[in-house]
Design a protein around this ligand. Sequence first.
Ligand SMILES: [Zn+2]
Length: 591
Amino acid sequence: MSTVSDWRNQADEQALVNDVSLDEPWPLVEKFNGLVRESGTKHEKRAFDYIGKRLKKHGVPHTIHTPTLLISVPRRARLEILAPERRLVTAKTPSMSLSTGGRWKRGQVAYVPTHHMGHIRGLFEGVGREMPEVVGKIVLTEGYASPGKVADFTKAGAIGAIFISPGDRIHEGICTTIWGSPDLDSWERKPTIPVVSVSKGDGAWLRDLARGGVVKARFSTKLDEGWVECPVCVAEIPGREAPEEFVLVHGHLDGWHQGIGDNATGNATLLELARVLWKHRDRLARTVRIAWWSGHSQGRYAGSVWYADEFGLDIDANCIAHINCDSTGCRWATVYEDIFWMSEAEGVGKAVIKDVTGLDAAGGRPLRAGDCSFSNIGVSTFYMLSSTMPKPLLEEKGYYPVGGCGANIAWHTEDDTLEIADRDNLLRDTKVYTVAAYRAANATLHPLDFRALADEMAGTLKAYGDAAGGAFDLSLPLAEAKALHADLDRWYLDRAGLDGRPASDPVVRAANATLRQLARVLVRINYTRAGRFRHDPAVDVPPLPDLAPAKTLAGIEPGGDRYHVTLTHLVRGRNRVTAALREARRLVAAP
Ligand SMILES: [Zn+2]
């Protein structure tokens, strides 16, 4: 048996699970139902005060920080079709889109078919195809106002965009590609066009009009944008053996409307987890930090990004893994599908769900979403969204994919109220998160199997190499990925005997420092391209993003600019990936 699947302490975990109840979580859910928790607002502050008060009552040490974040709160949107007939259409505007300040803008509508998201994985997709001429026009298209699509339309010269919601309700959202508050590198990517969304029915009518001839429209938006002091609450339960090493469990407190399934239930889970771990703190080998962020919904994860920046060096040195908690305990959410984990954490992610609930979990690579703000530092992660509705039930109800609420389409709408929460599911999911945090903190060796990541990378490199045909050679990094797997086999085997030793044991400490460094090196090349301590944009990130353009080579005419630019890009990417794999091998070669 490998050391990775061998860390479980069943008696302790059972004691924790037995203590998880709804006494603390459910009143939070009910309380939050009366608070619209937009980032940096009074209601949000009241929600943070509530969490602070409950933590204090249980004696859990915590700090409420007040960083200043760039926040954009949508206030009003109007859309009026002027020709071929006059009609007012109900509209909303997404956070971080350009505010017209309530002034009308007019133009001709150009329909650009994209598509509604077929799966939650499509949440950050761009247009992904050639576009017709849209310069000076208002683009009409399907789907959520995703950062990728808005950026593509802006680049193509559109003066505005109208998105057709997949349902009757218009879903709130945020459309910037800037991850967290901007810096000098990202500031220029601020969206520069106003954007509105309309319902499916209004959208279909508008689409038919646009297909039939010239459609003229005017629209106006109003958003409050500025640098706002926002609360971030972090509870810290110190470990007894190696307190500087910590697991970060976190979720966003701000949201849209009542935001019960997204994310009052997640906040309730975190509060209960804090209470139970504090009560059992004598069993905790390493520290668990529990964070409630502001700035997620109206600041593109600005709270977690602030934390990644402010505590970057500490996270770099000591963070074992981070676990995101969003949309736990929702109505009809009885299965664990679409659960996110990095390959090295798939084992622990699946095992915890199986052990606590008896259910098998399925999922894969984390999206560039959900406060996954620690990839540029190189921290492993598992979980993000929680349990979800079974596929047959979704089909039966005619539901389309959404980005939370356990797949309830109340997500990001006025309908996300108390009925979206489910007591039994909340209790079950809270147990899962409690064990996940405890197990990640208490495993003798951090529960991360980098052989799985080396395998994933080898698979990616093989696929990219095959797609490039003879045009680009990836055999060098592929050989390094395979060699890394072999080195890791030896490394884990050599440390199999450590199991049961305390976290403070110098040999255990050294082994875990190596595991954390492996994450720092490998997570960065598999999830990011921007520098360490920077933040990649909020757009889809393919595996080993430096080398993903190898897939496009076969479709590019050799000899031209595009071809040579792509080859130049790939040579640089191959250097970065190969050097990182060699660095990882050096880490595990050390005695
Ligand atoms: Zn959420």
